[in-house]
Design a protein around this ligand. Sequence first.
Ligand code: NAD
Length: 432
Amino acid sequence: MKIAVVGTGYVGLVAGACLAENGNDVICVDKDAAKVRALQRGRIPIYEPGLEEMVRRNRAEKRLAFTTDLPKGVRSSQIVFIAVGTPTGEDGSADLRHVLEVARQIGKSMNGYKVVVDKSTVPVGTSEKVRAVIQKETSHPFSVVSNPEFLKQGAAIEDFMKPDRVVIGAEDQRAGQIMKELYAPFTRTGAPIMMMDCASAELCKYAANAMLATRISFMNEVANVCELVGADVDQVRRGVASDRRIGAAFLFPGVGYGGSCFPKDVKAMMKFASAKSYEFEILRAVENVNERQKVRLVAKMKQHFGSLAGKRIGIWGLAFKPKTDDMREAPVVPLIQALLDAGASVAAFDPEAMKIARGIFGNRVDFKEKSYEVLAGADALVLVTEWNEFREPDWTRIKKLMKTPVVFDGRNIYNPDHLRGLGFTYHAMGRR
Ligand code: NAD
């Protein structure tokens, strides 16, 4: 099929590459000329495992191209995906400016029947708005489809190629059939293609993200209570997760959720519910708990050291989660800010997010090129993002480098007995 994907960010670029991988002709459109130039030269602007090779392969096969020319992309395609950002607006709701601007441009560029697919995460009713905007610009026939994306950064290729399910909100049969054909190769393993109305499809995405954020905040509260009552969250988690009604995913306590999706989608869902006079009280609590959790490690550090003034803190991990360079809403940002405000100095390392982190903190943080370099003279090591390379470090070497052997494990990845046996003071989240 001939496809245009507008927006070549984490979602659009992955979707474009994966659609090309299954034999479609894909043209990816972005208004960011520098990004498009880089992509045309084979350079990938984001870190996502497997993406670079997939883009290279499909460009070489001439199934994948990049342009800033939206009309050209639209005219040469039957299916046009909208995959631009929907950031949090000033009042907390999803800002639809980019989506509606792209819709308008699509409308102006129409030269025949198109299926316009909204892949961005958008509040209920957006497909109607997109339809109205396009309608104003063209007399050509078109369908609007809602097709929310559920990929996880860090495993985006795998998720897109082998989704748990594909959700398609389509109001007419013609578009529904085209979408089913498009996704058939991705669902050969039996994953369902779920056809529904647009409003339900749009809400699916928010409900899924809000549920996951709720599990994280819930488990963080369980961990905090564990500390107060003398229980161990690892044991509690195992006991709870083995219940098949609950399951094991998303039950790990930590430093709070971040990223470009959970914080903004939780906010947006509260907002569109309250626009209908419904207060989504659970989500308000989920958000509050998350804000508190982001600086909980700092409180632990203050408790340990008394004052943080003059202390040197080494940080491992800056991205909001492993296997991505994304630092949007990363919990490490308020954590580092709180350390700096308390008079500590911070050295930090991340395998992929250093460039972005430098853009945020400049020279207020001492960024190091290698993980062990942040430990020289450090009063404490704080593990924030659980990259694989941090999982089995050389503790003897670490102890020699540090001023005092103190570890704050924000993800509960280290063995407390082992570390204490080696002479470290070990703090974690809800563990004994
Ligand atoms: P992103 O910010 O990485 O990428 C958006 C891209 O759209 C940018 O490259 C930007 O230049 C481009 N763009 C903006 N306006 C444009 C225009 N008028 N014309 C052409 N290009 C334009 O965003 P993202 O993380 O890929 O997210 C996109 C959408 O997908 C959001 O709604 C998000 O909530 C949703 N989503 C994201 C994820 C994720 O893990 N990042 C997962 C599922 C869904």
